[in-house]
Design a binder for this molecule. Sequence first.
Ligand SMILES: Nc1ncnc2c1ncn2[C@@H]1O[C@H](COP(=O)(O)OP(=O)(O)O)[C@@H](O)[C@H]1O
Ligand SMILES: [Mg+2]
Length: 371
Amino acid sequence: MTQGYFIGLISGTSRDGVDAALVLFEDEEPRLLHALTLPYGEPIASELEDLLASGREPREAAGGMLDEFLGRHFAKAARKVSEEAGIEMRDISAIGSHGQTVWHAPDADPPRSIQLGSPQVLLRSTRATVVSHFRQADLEAGGQGAPLAPLLHRRLFFRSDEERAVLNLGGIANITFISADGRTRGHDSGPANCLLDLWIRQERGLDFDENGEWAASGRPVPDLLRDLLSDPYFARAAPKSTGLEYFNRAWLEPFLRNHPALPADVQCTLSELTARTVAQAVSESAGSVARLLVCGGGAHNTDLLGRIAALLPDTRVEPTSQHGMHPDWVEAVLFAWLARERLAERRQDTRLITGAREPVLLGEVHHPNHT
Ligand SMILES: Nc1ncnc2c1ncn2[C@@H]1O[C@H](COP(=O)(O)OP(=O)(O)O)[C@@H](O)[C@H]1O
Ligand SMILES: [Mg+2]
């Protein structure tokens, strides 16, 4: 049951679509056989936009129409990735589905993190075992419920002869520190693509800043950068995690009102903000690291990587593709791997990452014969 084919599914905070990875486990190492992104179309894209624009916790969301639409979309991504890989759905051991986060408030009372994409719909559509809701047990154990990526980063990228960090540049950036002795910590350092995407969408009607070229055409605005960096999130000690309910348009607007600037210079400053907060996380958490491995969509942003590398002169900054895993698929592989870990009933030690009190069994298992 814990060898064989697994599918991992995730849509991150960028809400660009569902990433699906088909992974083969023959031993402990995940082997990525095939992967794809199934972009969101209508009505999912606008419904998600409306839900997030409200700025309020969507209490009734689970079980609603969007939960079902997303469940179907996730199922379509799972079927497509297995079809394209030439593997029958009945040969899939399990699907690990993260879902789409629509609310992440780990510090609220009670703590909440809501992922949509109904596992029941996914199960009915694929007839495969589904593992879902990976963040809940961690939240219940007093953890942040995020980030979970450091668990796989350690598995894939640990080296006993090197201090390493792994940076996932999604909508939000998370960073993992893997010591040469195996000790692993990690947290969300702050916003990455979410602000870059929203600004270029608003000003130029584009989905994202290809290779960071627009940002590269501007200059950082020192006073704006200083004020953005003074946000208390950046000074907070780990464990910490964040999301779009915090780093969004409403967060950015007052800063821009105080510091009117050319649009390209704003984009440049936002890119610099991500680079500075990443560099600050490295120096505060690890002093320095020999190598920083970068994954997530932001790994394609040449401007942003250049800024990070410039701030960390003693660190080699490299995409994870140079270390055996394409940057676009690390997170989807994470949920295939976590599904397998869950079926093997292995607890995950997130204490130094999310701040959970004890190691936790992550994910809820849904078996096809139980419906
Ligand atoms: N060629 C590129 N140049 C710049 N940014 C890119 C490029 N490709 C992808 N991205 C960025 O990556 C984002 C998607 O990253 P992803 O890792 O899927 O994030 P998430 O996990 O939040 O969904 C896009 O929204 C975009 O901002
Ligand atoms: Mg994505």
